[in-house]
Design a binder for this molecule. Structure first.
Ligand code: G3P
Length: 215
């Protein structure tokens, strides 16, 4: 399974990348705004740290503007992926961009139909949002499971990025139902490799070793 980091914080990216766990990065305007840095500068820096795809989102709401922005973003680095919202205009833009060989990530997907439309338009990645669906009481895992089944059934190459991931259970659950990728906030990553029993076990081993040595 591939792990992306859902952050634009370069310190977080560098730290987790050193563990060999980062296959890519996703950002959105909210995530970029949190860093208080220039958009182009931060995306270029992330692209130089991580080899895999780095999503940078367009701001325009019309296809023409999205395509124009996308062509600029795609020139920033060879691993830039253009993030486009799941709208009629977004699909139009994705269709144009896919024919130009520009990779896209269609974001804010909440239904199987939306995922299917994005895949058919030529999206490289489709991003269903788990946490936000659960906020309105909808089963997000069923969405991932069904979308994977449908994409496989028809042979679409688009990969599912499970996004809006809020906890360890989300990561474990989407791995089980077949998301190709999970994008994980930097603050959540340490919870994936830690357990209180691991820590207490280490303490116990070390204290037993000290007692044995001092006998
Ligand atoms: O990848 C999308 C993600 O950043 C949105 O997460 O927690 O704001 O719903 P959240």
């Amino acid at each position: 399974m591939k792990f992306f980091l859902d952050t634009a914080n370069v310190d977080e990216i560098k730290r987790i990348n050193e563990l060999g766990l980062v296959d890519g990065v996703t950002t959105n305007p909210t995530i970029i705004s949190k860093e208080g840095r220039d958009f182009e500068e931060v995306i270029k820096e992330i692209c130089s740290i991580v080899d895999g795809p780095v999503s940078a989102e367009v701001i325009s709401l019309e296809a023409e503007g999205m395509v124009k922005e996308a062509r600029v973003l795609a020139k920033w680095a060879s691993n830039v992926v253009v993030k486009v919202p799941m709208t009629e205009e977004g699909l139009k833009a994705v269709n144009i961009l896919s024919k130009e060989g520009i990779k896209t990530n269609v974001t804010l997907i909440f239904t199987v139909a939306q995922g299917l439309m994005a895949a058919k338009a030529g999206a490289t990645f489709v991003s269903p949002f788990l946490g936000r669906l659960e906020d309105i009481g909808t089963d997000s895992l069923a969405l991932i499971k069904k979308l994977r089944k449908v994409l496989d059934f028809y042979g679409y190459k688009s990969e599912i990025i499970a996004a809006s991931v809020r906890g360890l259970k989300h990561v474990e659950d989407v791995a089980e139902v077949g998301a190709h990728i999970t994008t994980i906030p930097g603050s959540l990553f340490p919870k994936l490799w830690s357990h209180p029993l691991t820590n207490s076990g280490i303490e116990q081993f070390l204290s037993d070793w000290e007692s044995f040595k001092n006998k």
